[in-house]
Ligand binder design. Structure first.
Ligand SMILES: *Cc1c(COP(=O)(O)O)cnc(C)c1O
Length: 376
């Protein structure tokens, strides 16, 4: 059996080696390492794939979030509501810009930001909501957009984990996540669903004016060469990474389908077990693209199970072990533990199993058998 890994980038690369190598070779041959034609081509390809008017490539997903917030003109003291249960990048950029992060609890079934908690957190200073499509599943965007409209707030989707997922509206229509809110960010970190071979990210918006503002911000605040109209940053997707992404974007749907198929096999093996809660998919199947396959292990057995798996060569991980409101950098006396009951419980129960595009049946069976032999 092939060695088990949380993410198997080597087996994926082996299958697309010629295409990717040729794509990279073109960059090497024309030497436009920064802002080469591959970057523009990728921008167009991604705009078409997402059905969004503007994609602005940048250096990574954390920058993408920061630049989106800068583009919206958020000011120190503005309150930004986001999920307590996510990767720290989301709250980090809020704090870096001297905005006020307002962390709120999540839903116990999808792990995505709680609509009720958002409502309870709104004050006259609230300016934006940042839903994260966690582990690859679309957040409840229809409800979030309705709250935003009612209170005149911006919505910034953190789409680092769910590129390619579709959000299904109550009327049955669908949109790609990231193309729904005022502006969205994504990451092309190698292990993400659409990963490059280094760092990369992008910002998406349907708003022409905002897209123009953001294109200047990513380039030192320049709209005309050597005229610096606003304080910007230097955040670029390089041509080599764009070349890799141009080779991989046509495969994104098949990659996401491979993840969904693996998740279904895991779900089938664990179905009905009293101490395993398998991931719930809201909407249609394609609203979850399984960046992670995350179980809740009940009855206090999680840590012992992880040890059992690791001793047998099965990697597993806790995303995320500490709620953001309890992280030293983000402590705030306004927080009340009673407002974070779901996150506080999830950090003790969640466990992610290997999830990537190259998992085969033999590997999945070994993993599920090993989990089931241990758990009571
Ligand atoms: C990966 C990730 C980011 C940051 O992306 P980088 O490219 O690593 O900067 C932001 N938010 C979430 C939810 C992520 O998973």
């Amino acid at each position: 059996m092939r060695k088990l890994q949380m993410v198997d980038l080597k087996s994926q690369y082996d299958k697309i080696k010629d295409t990717v190598n040729n794509s990279i070779q073109e960059v090497l041959d024309n030497t436009a390492y920064i802002n080469g034609p591959q970057v523009h081509e990728f921008q167009k390809n991604l705009e078409e794939y997402l059905d969004v008017k503007h994609v602005i490539p940048c250096a990574n997903g954390t920058d993408a979030l920061q630049i989106a917030m800068m583009g919206l003109g958020l000011k120190p003291g503005d309150e930004v509501i986001t999920a307590d249960f996510t990767f720290a990048a989301t709250v980090e950029v809020i704090a870096l810009l001297q905005l006020t992060p307002v962390l709120v609890d999540v839903e116990p079934d999808t792990f995505n930001i709680s609509i009720e908690a958002i409502r309870n957190a709104i004050t006259p200073r609230t300016k934006a909501i940042v839903p994260v499509h966690l582990f690859g599943q679309a957040a409840n965007m229809e409800a979030i957009m309705a709250i935003a409209k009612e209170h005149n707030l911006y919505v910034i989707e953190d789409n680092a984990q769910a590129i390619g997922a579709n959000y299904k509206y109550a009327d049955g229509s669908k949109k790609k996540v990231g193309a729904i809110s005022d502006v969205a960010s994504t990451s092309f970190f190698p292990s993400k669903n659409l990963g490059c071979y280094g760092d990369g990210g992008a910002i998406f918006t349907n708003n022409d004016e905002l897209a123009h503002v953001i294109r200047g911000i990513v380039n030192h605040g320049m709209y005309e060469r050597y005229h610096h109209d606003v304080v910007g940053v230097n955040s670029r997707l390089d041509s080599v990474q764009a070349a890799v992404l141009n080779a991989k974007l046509p495969l994104l749907d098949s990659y996401n389908e491979a993840r969904q198929a693996a998740a279904e096999k895991y779900n089938a093996a664990f179905a009905g077990h009293a101490n395993i809660v398998t991931p719930v998919t809201k909407g249609d199947k394609d609203s979850h693209v399984f960046h992670q396959y995350t179980l809740r292990i009940l009855n206090g057995q999680r840590d012992a199970l992880m040890k059992h798996l690791q001793e047998r060569g099965i990697p597993c991980a806790i995303y995320y072990p500490i709620p953001l409101h309890r992280q030293k950098a983000y402590l705030d006396e306004r927080y009340n533990e009673a407002d974070f009951t779901v996150t506080n419980q999830l950090v003790d129960e969640v466990m992610s199993l290997p999830m990537h595009t190259e998992l085969n049946d033999e590997q999945i069976k070994f993993i599920t058998d090993t989990v089931l032999e241990f758990l009571t």
